[in-house]
Design a binder for this molecule. Structure first.
Ligand SMILES: Nc1ncnc2c1ncn2[C@@H]1O[C@H](COP(=O)(O)OP(=O)(O)OP(=O)(O)O)[C@@H](O)[C@H]1O
Length: 250
């Protein structure tokens, strides 16, 4: 749950993400169809049943996927025309930290992106140490990642992304394998970030305090508005679907 002092750190306005008439096919499936969205709010959630297109949309935003038709603009930068610049503005947090962490120690992993951008080894390490200190984890700099708990690994992934100073952070089911205490802590950390956050989660409690919730269904927008408006309708829809599934089709 976001606290008042955390909410105050949010950006009042963001450069924003814009989708104009976007269509996307994956394999034989039309995943997104003529989708237009303007996303400028500081905290936006994406919800929808399995296969509704949430991850595909997230991957369009960070350049892992390209639209077949239409335009994706990240802070005004066209993802098709300037893919590297657009992608550099979007940090992406995966569900499984083991898919994101590459290096054996925390410091090396956090410094990796900076090194890729051309920072010297010592400068990158100093910046990694700085962000670890900011989150009161400076003692982790030389710790082997393999010795960290799942929650600690998630925090390292988050710091590895934040150290690159993106304008937008996209999180696709980031905390599904962590316990309630760790999830609450990580959500509090997210609440303090002075950047735009786009969060995909099947745990609907995490959207408390969010500015906007977009419900995707069949690759289009089924509802879009404040969580207090969208969530009750989405919950009812999902529960009706559950009734349709039980018991023979499970
Ligand atoms: N690599 C792929 N190749 C072909 N089709 C894919 C691929 N990945 C996803 N799809 C299809 O795209 C559609 C949307 O999938 P997507 O992963 O975006 O949905 P989602 O809403 O994130 O689902 P979930 O909640 O299960 O993660 C689904 O029909 C899925 O089968």
């Amino acid at each position: 749950m976001l606290q008042k002092n955390e909410l105050e750190k949010r950006p009042a306005a963001t450069a924003g993400l814009l989708l104009r008439s976007v269509s996307l096919r994956r394999g034989s499936r039309q995943v997104l169809q003529n989708l237009s969205l303007e996303m400028r709010e500081a905290r936006i959630g994406l919800v929808g049943l399995n296969g509704s297109g949430k991850s595909s949309l997230a991957r369009l935003l960070n350049g892992l996927l390209r639209a077949d038709e239409g335009e994706v603009l990240v802070g005004g930068v066209d993802a098709a025309k300037e893919p590297k610049l657009a992608a550099s503005r979007v940090g992406f947090l995966f569900q499984n930290p083991d898919h994101q962490i590459i290096f054996p120690t925390v410091g090396e992993d956090i410094a990796f992106g900076l090194r890729q951008q051309g920072a010297a080894k010592e400068a990158a390490r100093a910046t990694a140490l700085e962000i670890l200190r900011e989150y009161r984890c400076e003692g982790w700099i030389d710790r082997p990642v393999s010795e960290l708990s799942e929650g600690q690994k998630h925090l390292v992934c988050l710091l590895s992304v934040l150290v690159m100073q993106p304008d937008v952070l996209v999180l696709d089911e980031p905390f599904s394998s962590v316990d309630l205490a760790v999830r609450t802590h990580l959500m509090a950390v997210l609440g303090t970030l002075p950047l735009q956050v786009i969060l995909i989660s099947h745990d609907l409690d995490v959207y408390d305090g969010f500015d906007r919730l977009i419900w995707l269904d069949g690759g289009g927008v089924k509802a879009d508005g404040p969580p207090a408006t969208v969530l009750p309708v989405y919950r009812k829809f999902a529960l009706n679907k559950a009734a349709d599934l039980a018991p023979q089709s499970l």
